[in-house]
Design a protein around this ligand. Structure first.
Ligand code: AMP
Length: 640
């Protein structure tokens, strides 16, 4: 079997992971040349100690090294290669230093390209000045990263002081007493109904909503738009959308744009992948362009809170794309990377700030920014943020923002915790739900569940990889239950010559960033992940999701497999299901039946065993979506 040529572009070797992985003992990876001259010099010095490599000789990774691997058994003869552990400590240190340096390189410094609006400073107009962050303790560095929050807070794991740290984070930010009469007025209703939309009868509107599985709740909800033109966006916004080649709004955009443009508070229940980022980004751009310019010292006008830095960076990319024509500057703040560059960008002023809650609180406490100018607030993946234990931080942040702001809350599910947050912070909100509110998987995904033993998983995994990787450009995402398994599987696969990298909550943010980008670009087409990556990651062309370990609940199963089959494409999901997972069998069978999938009779047998846990769960949460995950995540997320 030959290896896909996409991995073998001359001079583009499969990547070595940044520093932390043991190197594979096959020649392929150990011999991969580095992306910079510093590496070259060090490896050249040690050339003789690196394993014999087809890459070095041919400059093409794709052919011989892989075919020799495939030619033999997957545990193949590693020949005369000198293993990683055989190499001197000095060699390994060089390699580590190289990758550490690489990861801290200026790539990160330059991430947030500046697109500040080119407007004359003389047109600045003083804006409202009430409220804003309190001052004081800037001692929250350690707690501020996304992963930091996730690991330390949600897990309650490694240290007993995690809870203390969590409660002290943001303690200097006091709740503001707002006097609305003293706040500068601002405009938030920009919606002008297009004549085509106005002409549609209520029956037509209802038919359209039914066809696109939209349900709306609240008073005076604008009718959905059916085309980009009907949204009545300014030409500079419309131009960017059309340039991307999108043909029509997605359902969440159809209904979400008029709702958001009208200045109302909005709840949108929609999955990642449904186009919801644009549903709130484009109205945000219109909103910003109608506000007075930022003055020196002003914080953002639009604040977007997101659960993970990966999602935050994705949102930033969309904001950059669509904001560039009006020179709207954005910045992204998230933990796990040095604060300095982010603080500088904040201080320079940016109309849009995309933030994970912990790092934003840190920036507020250290007065790197303030929320006095925020008039458009987005809470993205609210359910996920609550799952991750961010509720106290979200409340702290929102309490710093003037109450007559426009607030938009997006969530994939609608459990009672999210409902409560909406009731506390949104006023007279209107809501749109897209899709069935019953948990279901995309029908574009072929789901296969294999009932097996723990022991059988590795060989099954390799068998599936050999099949899928025979094609070009096939990205595979493998989910494991724990960080440890993720590392073990990655090591196992790499030793067997597979281009796999791992991403989980214990990886430094720079490494997570790097791994995700290697996966996204297809340079490393296998990514092993814990549930850190199951939501919010929009990587195109994931062909296969493998659930090496079944997740703790079926909601996470649906979210995991939802990484494939995106944007109407076909996808496949393979799941290893052991006796230990039998509590989930009944729920899983329901998901498979709903999607008309073939079901392993062994799984059906397991599903007939009624377990206390499924009964308990239904009693606690009811049968809709959203049950379970909050508690399971909180209880055991140190494993992720
Ligand atoms: P999101 O749900 O925001 O993560 O979006 C998922 C993907 O859909 C992103 O890659 C968007 O660029 C893409 N997308 C957004 N709007 C549209 C549209 N109207 N038509 C096609 N693709 C879209």
């Amino acid at each position: 079997m030959s290896y896909p040529s996409s991995y073998g572009a001359p001079g583009v070797p499969p990547p070595l992971p940044p520093g932390m992985y043991p190197q594979p003992t096959t020649s392929s990876y150990s011999a991969a040349p580095p992306p910079s001259s510093s590496y070259n010099s060090s490896t050249n010095n040690n050339a003789s100690s690196y394993p014999n490599s087809s890459y070095n000789k041919t400059g093409n990774y794709g052919s011989s090294s892989y075919s020799s691997r495939y030619g033999s058994s997957s545990n193949g003869d590693r020949g005369n290669d000198r293993s990683y552990d055989d190499r001197s400590r000095r060699e390994r240190k060089d390699e580590y230093d190289y990758y550490s340096g690489y990861n801290n390189s200026s790539r990160y410094e330059s991430r947030n390209s500046s697109n500040y609006r080119d407007r004359s400073p003389t047109s600045y107009d003083r804006y409202g000045s009430s409220g804003g962050g309190g001052g004081g303790g800037a001692n929250a560095d350690r707690y501020s990263s996304t992963s930091g929050n996730y690991r330390s807070y949600a897990s309650g794991g490694a240290s007993t002081s995690a809870a203390d740290r969590m409660s002290s984070l943001g303690s200097s930010l006091t709740r503001q007493d707002w006097d609305l009469s003293k706040l500068t007025k601002f405009e938030k209703n920009f919606y002008r109904e297009h004549p085509n939309v106005a002409a549609r009868s209520l029956t037509e509107v209802e038919e359209y909503r039914r066809k696109h599985e939209m349900k709306v709740f609240g008073r005076d909800i604008p009718k959905p738009v059916q085309t980009f033109d009907e949204a009545n966006f300014p030409a500079y916004v419309l131009k960017e959308v059309l340039e991307l080649g999108f043909t029509a709004p997605t359902p969440i955009q159809s209904q979400g744009w008029p709702m958001a443009l009208s200045g109302r508070d909005v709840v949108g229940i929609a999955e990642t992948g449904s186009g919801k980022t644009l549903a709130y980004c484009l109205p945000a751009i219109v909103h910003i362009n109608a506000q007075p310019f930022l003055e020196p010292g002003d914080g953002p006008i639009v604040l977007i809170l997101a659960p993970t830095r990966e999602l935050a960076v994705q949102i930033q990319n969309e904001c950059t794309k669509f904001g560039k024509s009006s020179k709207i500057k954005n910045t992204c703040v998230y933990g796990g990377v040095p604060k300095g560059p982010q603080a500088r960008e904040l201080q320079q002023g940016a109309e849009i700030c995309i933030a994970t809650p912990g790092r934003l609180i840190d920036m507020l406490e250290s007065r790197r920014t303030n929320l006095r100018r925020v008039t458009y607030l987005v809470l993205d993946e609210a359910d996920r943020m609550l799952d991750m234990g961010f509720e106290p931080q979200i409340r702290k942040i929102v309490d710093q923002i003037r109450p007559d702001r426009q607030t938009l809350m997006w969530s994939a599910t609608w459990p009672k915790e999210v409902k409560r947050l909406a009731e506390d912070y949104l006023h007279d909100f209107i809501q749109v739900n897209i899709g069935s509110m019953d948990l279901s998987a995309s029908h574009n995904i072929t789901q296969t569940v294999e009932v097996c033993s723990e022991y059988e998983k590795r060989s099954k995994l390799v068998k599936h990889l050999e099949r899928i990787m025979d094609a070009r450009d096939n990205k595979t995402l493998i989910f494991t239950g724990t960080k440890r398994t993720a590392d073990e599987i990655t090591k196992y696969l790499r030793q067997d010559g597979w281009p796999a990298l791992a991403i989980h909550g214990d990886k430094a943010q720079t490494e997570r960033d790097w791994v995700l980008s290697e996966f996204r670009t297809g340079k490393s087409p296998i990514m092993v992940a814990t549930d850190v990556a199951s939501r919010g990651i929009d990587v195109k062309d994931v062909k296969l999701v493998i659930n090496y370990d079944f997740p703790t609940n079926v909601e996470d199963y649906v979210h995991r497999i939802g990484r494939t089959g995106r944007g109407g494409a076909k996808g496949a999901a393979i799941t290893f299901f052991t006796m230990e997972n039998s509590k989930q069998a009944k729920d899983l069978v329901n998901i498979l039946r709903e999607a008309n999938q073939e079901i392993d009779p062994k799984l059906i047998e397991l599903s007939k065993i009624v377990t206390p846990s499924s009964i308990e769960r239904r009693q606690r949460y009811g049968s809709g979506r959203g049950f379970g995950s909050t508690n399971t995540m909180r209880g055991s997320s140190s494993r992720w």
